[in-house]
Structure formats: C-alpha cells, structure tokens
Design a protein around this ligand. Structure first.
Ligand code: FAD
Length: 346
C-alpha cells in the first residue's frame, strides 16, 4: 500500500467552493491537498457551463464559468496547493487521536488533521455507453473524454452523443491540423435533432457539408474486437442494422454526478446533503468540515457566493482546532504584513 501523505488540510472537490477553501486556508498559513474526480479543477462551472455568463459574483459584473475558475486558480496560486486529480475519495475514517484516514480510487492515502468536503452534487462521472461487448474494448478504444491533441491521429473515430459536448468533440477533431487529425469522424446520435448551441450546430453543418464529419442517426447495439479495430453494430432510425468499422469510440453522453461514497461515511445527512452548523460548517464529526452545494443548514442557498462565506468560516473553525493556543485575530488582507507575506506580496 502507498505511504500516506500527512497533511493539515485535505479538500475534497475542486469546484469553485473547494478552490476558495484553499484560498482561505492559505491565508491562515495552512497548506492544502486537493482531490477531485475530474482531471481538471472547476467543478460545475467548468463541467456544466464553461461558456455561460455568471452575473452574481461580488464585484465581478460578468464572467463565464471557465473564467471564474481561472480567476480562482490565479488567486490561490501563492498557496501552491497539491493537486490529486482524476481520482475519487472513496474512504474516510476518523483516527483514534484525531484527524482522518482518507483513501482515493487510485490508491492514494492521506492522514489529514482536518478535511473539507466541497463535493457539490457529487463526483462527476461520464455516463457510460450501455452496449453489448463494451467491456471488451481496450482503454484506447473506448474514451469518455476528448484526449490530448493528436492522440486520435489517423484513426477512425465514432463520437457518440447529441449535445454540446459531443458536437464540440466532433468539431475539435475535425478542426485538428492534418498531422493530428483522425482519418474519419462519425457523429452518432439516436435522434436526427442535436441539442447543442446554434453556433456549434452551424459549424458542424459546415463540416458535414464538406464531408469532414459524417452524421449518423442511430443507437449502438453492440461492439466487438475485429482484428485491431472495433466492429460497431448500430440500429439506425428505420430499425435497420448497420455495421461500422472504427478504431475508437468517443462517448460523450454527458456526465452524472454521484455522491457515492460520501453517503457511506456515517455522517448526518438530510435529503442527500450533509448537515452542518452555520457557524463552523462542521459535520457530525469534529474536524470534518463541509461547504458549498453538498451541505444543508437553515437558510442554505446553493450559490457560489454562499459557498465562499462557508469556506471562510470553516477555515476559522479549523484554525481553532489546529492551533488551539493561538488567539484568533481577524486580519485584513489590505493591511496585515503577515497576510501579505503569505500572499507573496510583501
Ligand atoms: P461543485 O461545483 O459541484 O464541485 C464539486 C467537485 O467535487 C466536483 O468537481 C466533483 O467532481 C468533486 N467531487 C465530488 N465528490 C468527490 C469525491 N468523492 N472525490 C473527489 N472529488 C469529488 N451559482 C451562482 O452562484 N451563480 C450562477 O449564476 C450559477 N449558475 C449556474 C448555472 C448552471 C447551469 C448550474 C448547473 C449551476 C449554476 N450555479 C450558479 C450553481 C453553482 O455552479 C454551484 O453552486 C457551485 O458550483 C457549487 O460549488 P461547489 O464547489 O460546492 O461544488
């Protein structure tokens, strides 16, 4: 088993609230380890609405989901959090003398003095393709995220899905420079109508017209290994069976969040939300804090702004626990030399 990483603070979830949690901890001189199931930070903002405008972040009249995440990442840069992305926290157990044993799906282990659950609506996981034989495909043949540029160069790719993500992936592949471009791109959706942004649909239509992308209506019935390639059996709109030979499937059927393991840690919950007090944002286990969309308390609103406040108060409560002998001073970032030093602006 891996040697556990010992830390003062572990943040579960790198959504906007988890990121601001890192900032508040950093201001208090507490370094954070951050775990997220996704390969990139940003939570719902990045995953569900990267290009949509947000209008209710204080002092930011408008920014997109992606821009908010970029700004939060910039803001926490001085505190150099350690990232553990692409892995889900699966286990959490209180230790006899305080703190927690935490383990992730990739076998990482932590001993954390305090833990902050900022898990939002749960770990984001791609919806899988329910087709016969899907388990027989190799990892390089079955992709759930658009891989780095060039990975699919010269290959025949079947993109499955009919929403923004699927259309965007088909376009990204179609727009790749020759050296990195797939040999053929087919977009398969069960209906003739795609539900993506009009601008994306217009670009897709242009690619279909030029023959760069083939659009096919139908549903995958089964897949099979066929001499290094994948034989895909599709039922088309008329109920006819169609055979496609491809090298890789890029499944983009959306993502569904799963609260999963968190609901099995014996914490007090109400309607699938963690119950916390609104002064310390602590769960039913001392030292285990929770903030953002994953919590409930009287008056809770699932807004980013509210999550920022929760992360701030949770930090003060954690400082009292980690440094019990230290008087709790409220310092301003404008005037405090100590905070300036931590921010690297001294
Ligand atoms: P999330 O953003 O959900 O992030 C949680 C993260 O935790 C995820 O990345 C997830 O993968 C990870 N995670 C969960 N469980 C685990 C685990 N066990 N192990 C590892 N990682 C885990 N709010 C506003 O204030 N203003 C708006 O204008 C606004 N517009 C919105 C528009 C849309 C379309 C949607 C869907 C939401 C909008 N919201 C808006 C709500 C806002 O996005 C959420 O309140 C916010 O994202 C909550 O942040 P969070 O950090 O608590 O959780």
């Amino acid at each position: 088993a891996a040697v556990p990483t010992t830390c003062d603070a572990l943040v579960i979830g790198a959504g906007p609230v988890g990121l601001f949690q890192v900032f508040q901890l950093g201001l208090q001189g507490i370094a954070a380890e951050v775990v997220d199931a996704l390969p990139e930070p940003g939570g719902q903002c990045n995953e569900l609405y990267p290009d949509k405008p947000i209008y209710d972040i204080p002092a930011v009249p408008v920014c997109t989901g992606r821009e908010l995440v970029e700004r939060l990442l910039l803001q926490i840069r001085p505190f150099a959090p350690r990232w553990h992305l692409g892995q889900q926290v699966t286990q959490l157990q209180p230790r006899a003398n305080g703190g927690f044993d935490v383990a992730t799906s990739t076998g990482q282990a932590f001993i954390a003095r305090t833990v902050f659950i900022a898990a939002g609506v749960g770990a984001f996981q791609p919806r899988t393709l329910p087709a016969e034989g899907i388990d027989t495909l190799a990892p390089a043949q079955l992709l759930y995220r658009l891989p780095p540029a060039g990975t699919l160069a010269g290959r025949r790719v079947l993109v499955v899905g009919g929403e923004d993500a699927a259309v965007q992936s088909a376009l990204a592949l179609a727009d790749a420079p020759d050296m990195e471009a797939p040999a053929a791109i087919t977009l398969l959706h069960r209906r003739a109508t795609l539900t993506a942004e009009p601008a994306l649909l217009a670009r897709l239509q242009a690619c279909i017209d030029s023959g760069r992308v083939v659009f096919q209506v139908g549903q995958v019935l089964s897949v099979q290994q066929a001499a290094g390639a994948v034989a895909v059996q599709v039922a088309d709109a008329a109920g006819q069976t169609l055979d496609l030979a491809v090298d890789a499937l890029l499944v983009q059927l959306g993502i569904s969040p799963k609260l999963g393991p968190i609901s099995q840690w014996g914490l007090a919950m109400e309607r699938r939300q963690l119950v916390v007090d609104a002064a310390r944002f602590e769960t039913s286990l001392p030292g285990l804090f929770a903030v953002g969309d994953v919590i409930t308390y009287p008056g809770k609103k699932k807004l980013i702004l509210c999550g920022f406040h929760e992360a701030t108060l949770a930090t003060f409560a954690a400082v009292a626990l980690l440094r019990p002998d230290e008087p709790q001073l409220l310092q301003y970032t404008t005037t405090s030399p100590r905070l300036h030093q931590r921010l690297g602006v001294a």
